[in-house]
Design a protein around this ligand. Structure first.
Ligand code: 2M8
Length: 424
């Protein structure tokens, strides 16, 4: 593909403007701190234009690592900014093993190893690998140690903020979370964005109630069954499967065999394959306190990203779900894909955050997945559609699937960064 110069320049401009010098803000006003997978996506984009700056992004994220290995979902580098709920929600300084910088007490999908691989492929730097691989390995080990459910290798998320916030697949599990939370419901997002594009106050009260309960056990529950919210998210697990395989590859680059990571990836791969539902042509999700279900959200398709489906399954997943005009794919009335929730689902909402709009990171994962499963022409088609969307509507946080209207934050870093990767 021939890169269109202005789009590249515009994407680079967004990353430069959101660069605080130490880390890249996800968005100019709404998201002024450092988020975990946002920084990984940013580093994937920076690999294409400025690998040295990409390495700095990784370093600053890892400066928030906890002693036990967790890389938190947010790092609150000291700044005077308008953001709530901020560091006081988490009170990380009160907990043994927290870093000097204030952070959240939960994590996010581990895209980081994949970002480090992208940086290394763009500009090999052995010293950098020596510097960061142990910390990433410690994070992955932490996930298996602290978040494993059973021998399957699948891990649980303990908060919707560890994946796609208000996605309908979390509704039933979230509804079981008891309210009665003492924490204040201050929300800076409402000062910048339309309420119809964000989670509701009731969802926020439950998010805070989970944090309040997690704080009581120092964010490390003795048993996952006793936590207010625990969910086997296929997006998170597919990301981990790929990250483990990328980490094994990176260890190979420094002459180590990466055996643990390779085995973990293979185990996750096999466990994800077991989630296939042949009637639905998609994968089943599991709430720890409920039954396995087809959630009708795009996460049901995420094992594709890890190359899990066989040829027949990948074709069916594509035809019956991902590219189906009535489900997640483009249709004459709704030409922008992939929707984050099936259009056939009663929960579908074309404006509200993770409940329907199109997200660039989701499309990026799916392009990689289609390629991994040998559906190269289909990957190209999704890549073209995604680039047309950013060309038409700019680097929004998310997009209305019928009109392409930009929604959420403007000048969104990961939309710009992943555009750079999709164009290369
Ligand atoms: C969103 O999450 C934050 C809370 O962590 C929010 O809702 O305000 C999510 O889209 C999350 O995936 C993302 O990392 C973060 C920053 O872009 O925003």
């Amino acid at each position: 593909m021939t890169p269109s110069k202005p789009l590249v320049d515009r994407a680079v401009g967004v990353l430069r403007r959101n660069d605080t010098g130490r880390f890249t803000k996800p968005g100019p006003c709404v998201y002024p701190f450092q988020w975990n997978w946002d920084s990984a996506f940013v580093a994937i984009g920076l690999a294409r234009i400025d690998p040295e700056r990409g390495r700095a992004e990784v370093r600053s994220l890892l400066s928030g690592s906890w002693m036990d290995g967790m890389v938190p979902h947010m790092v609150f580098h000291p700044q005077d900014v308008d953001y709530a709920p901020g560091p006081e929600l988490w009170g990380s300084a009160e907990y043994a093993g927290a870093p000097d910088v204030a952070t959240s007490g939960i994590t996010q999908p581990p895209v980081l190893a994949t970002a480090v691989r992208a940086l290394h492929e763009a500009a090999p730097d052995r010293a950098f690998l020596d510097e960061v691989l142990r910390a990433i390995d410690a994070w992955h080990r932490w996930l298996h140690r602290v978040r494993s459910l059973d021998d399957s290798g699948l891990v649980a998320i303990l908060h919707p903020w560890e994946s796609a916030d208000n996605a309908p697949r979390f509704d039933a599990a979230l509804a079981r979370v008891e309210l009665g939370c003492a924490l204040s419901l201050a929300r800076s997002d409402r000062r910048h964005l339309d309420a119809a594009e964000r989670p509701t106050d009731l969802e926020y009260r439950r998010y805070l109630a989970i944090v309040e309960q997690l704080r009581r056990c120092g964010f490390r529950p003795a048993s996952l069954g006793e936590t207010p919210f625990a969910y086997v998210d296929l997006c998170f697990n597919a990301v981990l499967a790929v990250a483990e395989s990328d980490l094994a590859w990176l260890f190979g680059q420094i002459g180590e065999d990466g055996k643990r990571a390779r085995a973990a990836s293979a185990r996750l791969h096999a466990a994800l394959a077991e989630c296939w539902d042949d009637d639905a042509a998609a994968y089943r999700q599991r709430d720890l306190h409920g039954d396995e279900v087809i959630s009708d959200t795009v996460a049901d398709l995420f094992p594709l990203y890890a190359g899990v489906p066989d040829e027949r399954q990948a074709r069916r997943l594509l035809d019956e779900c991902l590219w189906s005009p009535d489900r997640f794919g483009p249709s004459p009335e709704s030409p922008w894909a992939v929707t984050t929730v099936s259009k056939a689902s009663p929960a579908f909402d074309s404006r509200r955050y993770w409940r329907g709009p199109v997200w660039i990171n989701v499309n990026w994962f799916l392009v990689r997945g289609l390629e991994r499963c040998g559906l190269v022409a289909e990957a190209d088609e999704l890549r073209r559609l995604t680039l047309r969307l950013v060309e038409t509507s700019g680097f929004a946080e998310y997009y209305h699937p019928s009109t392409g209207e930009p929604l959420g934050s403007d000048d969104f870093s990961w939309s710009a960064a992943l555009t750079l990767d999709l164009m290369s």
